[in-house]
Design a binder for this molecule. Sequence first.
Ligand code: PEP
Length: 250
Amino acid sequence: MRKKIIAGNWKMNKTPSEAAVLASEIRNKISDAKCDVVVCPTAVCIPGVVSALEGSSISVGAQNVHFKESGAYTGELSSAMLKDAGTLYTIIGHSERRQYFGETDETVNLRTKAAVDGGLIPIVCVGESLSERENGIMPETVCRQTKLAFLNIQKDDAENIIIAYEPIWAIGTGKTATAQQADEVCGIIRNTIKELYGEDTAEKIRIQYGGSMNAGNAEELLSMPNIDGGLIGGASLKPDDFAAIIKAAD
Ligand code: PEP
């Protein structure tokens, strides 16, 4: 039985003081959560959010990590820096980074390796665009993204990585994949992991769905056999909605 994991991607929202308040509000609403809960603020907000959540069961994640340990990479953050700041997870390869910041399957793999080597748990995002779905190449797109993200990742490390299936057409659009559509693709991803590492790893690895998940649709999505949690954008900024999604996961 895989433990569900709900992660909030706060994207480029909230100042450090606002983020600390939001973290405290969420903490107060979900003190009895049974699933794993993660919030991912912007890097500058991490220290304040870590202090606001100290002693709680909520973990903090970053939204990105660079693949080099240190050096002349202006504006970037290494896994050691994030770890030292109190971060346990990091999102990697979010479609917004692939779309606006030149993230490729290759850099997603390098970042995933760097996160694992640095002791962070990656939340690796994969997902097809609307045209890829309409042209019938959704399966090969998510298989390719998954296979390349896990290149040179050892089996022991692979099973701890979280995969977030996020169809691009459902992110921030209010259009959610149906529970059946989301479960089908999470199943395709799980099969890809089985091809790479075998049945035991495929059964252990946790696959989230992300794309306009909210208080109203979370329960149905999270009841599907291949969906082990959610990566939540908009609704993670609203403590009541985020708490309702966590309740649906429990
Ligand atoms: C996301 O950005 O990861 C996401 C799922 O956003 P939203 O929930 O707003 O669609």
